[in-house]
Design a binder for this molecule. Structure first.
Ligand code: DCP
Ligand code: MG
Length: 386
């Protein structure tokens, strides 16, 4: 029997990414609780003496959500996706900054380019995270990890956290263990000590529903999943998922780091924290909708595609799902155009019922270079039109 040589896989994730980018231009806020979110309102104002006046979280009125927060704000319990008003109750004095996706995309490109000069095998996983295959690199693991962190810092002024492990599953878990500015290296031998005590939901693929179901069986940690009776898991989760649970809880994962692929369509969807209504939750929905389109535009730009067909997926509170799509005369890839087309689709679905999920997809893809598509900034108030 031949066994594959052990791999060295890294997961790199930027620390408090959007907030950290903001602190580069507002260094006077460093060390303070800062929250990014609430759309594009609440721009800082430069006073006559050259100092800047910032909004505070307590000034916020509306139904928007927190995009991200600095670690100082997290100490008050303020995290991504929390309602801004709830966040304001926890940290009224926190500084509030509007989102600026163009900057985040620019820094995203910068840190990825810096990493690619050291390790060519990069799998792009979104605006602030990547996987790397370090297996063939001559440097020892810690030296290489430090080198990657230094390159990111040098190119952007920002810190990141890196997990290095024999596979993607463990690397992703590890990048989170010593945040911020972490470098965590684990081997299979470390799994019982470092991974088993963690909550089961730390595994990418054990979502809130599966975690709740496990908890109902008295299974809270990864280790408890590993030691659970396979028959019990199979009974509650089906054969495939139970088998997958067994493998991941022992730290096994064979997925390769994939540097490129040719997609048919690219989509983003999000399940709301609570069911939302088109009228009563218009502001929150509008923001979520815009963010979905912005992230989708970001995915398209990163993968260098534009597409002619824009699809909308909507799941109601009762789990009925409807989809609509629209095919445009020319391929698009920018957030505003996607938002407009998806908004058109939205007009063609009934909106009386509360919704639990919203998804947007762009298909009929062509490489961006052939599309002649133009990138324009996103508009934020289009939900109103629907
Ligand atoms: N983001 C978002 N909506 C969310 C979660 C995140 O728009 N519900 C954005 C803001 C984050 C960025 O994506 O800055 C990256 O997400 P992460 O989960 O990596 O969060 P951070 O980078 O902010 O923090 P951490 O240091 O925990 O990675
Ligand atoms: Mg991050």
């Amino acid at each position: 029997m031949t066994t594959a040589p052990p791999r060295r896989i890294a997961h790199l994730d930027m620390d408090a990414f959007f907030a950290s980018v903001e602190l580069l231009r507002y260094p006077e806020l460093r060390g303070h609780p800062v929250v990014v979110g609430g759309g594009s309102r609440h721009q800082p104002v430069t006073l006559a003496d050259g100092t800047r006046k910032f909004s505070r979280l307590r000034d916020y009125v509306g139904r928007g959500v927190v995009t991200t927060s600095t670690y100082e704000a997290r100490a008050f319990g303020v995290f991504s996706a929390m309602g801004m008003m709830k966040a304001a109750a926890l940290a009224p004095d926190a500084f509030l900054l509007p989102t600026d996706f163009d900057s985040y995309r620019r820094y995203s490109r910068l840190f990825k380019a810096a990493v690619a000069t050291i390790v060519p095998h990069v799998e792009d996983r979104g605006v602030d995270e990547i996987y790397l295959d370090l297996t063939d690199h001559p440097d020892d693991t810690r030296t290489l990890g430090m080198k990657l962190k230094a390159a990111v810092k040098e190119a952007t002024g920002l810190t990141c956290s890196i997990g290095i492990a024999p596979n993607k599953l463990l690397a992703k878990i590890c990048s989170d263990l010593e945040k911020p500015d972490g470098l965590t290296i684990v081997s299979y031998d470390d799994v019982p000590v470092r991974i088993w005590p963690l909550a089961a939901k730390k595994i990418n693929g054990i979502g809130p529903k599966a975690a709740a179901k496990l908890a109902a069986l008295g299974i809270e940690t990864v280790g408890q999943v590993a030691l659970a009776d396979p028959k019990l898991l199979q009974e509650h989760f089906g054969l495939n998922y139970a088998e997958w649970l067994r493998r991941v809880s022992h730290g096994h994962d064979e997925r390769a780091v994939v540097t490129t692929h040719e997609p048919k369509g690219i989509s983003r969807e999000t399940t709301f924290e609570r069911d939302l209504h088109a009228k009563h939750d218009r502001e929150a929905l509008s923001e979520i909708f815009t963010r979905l389109c912005t992230r989708l535009a970001d995915d398209l730009e990163r993968k260098r595609y534009a597409g002619r067909t824009v699809g909308l997926k909507l799941r109601y509170a009762d789990f009925r799902t409807v989809t609509r799509d629209v095919t445009l005369p020319a391929p698009i890839c920018d957030a505003a155009a996607i938002r407009r087309a998806a908004g058109e689709c939205l007009r063609r679905v009934p909106l009386e019922q509360r919704m639990r999920l919203l998804g947007v997809r762009v298909s009929a893809l062509v490489p961006i270079e052939e599309a002649g598509a133009r990138v324009v900034p996103v508009q934020r108030d289009l939900f109103e039109e629907s």
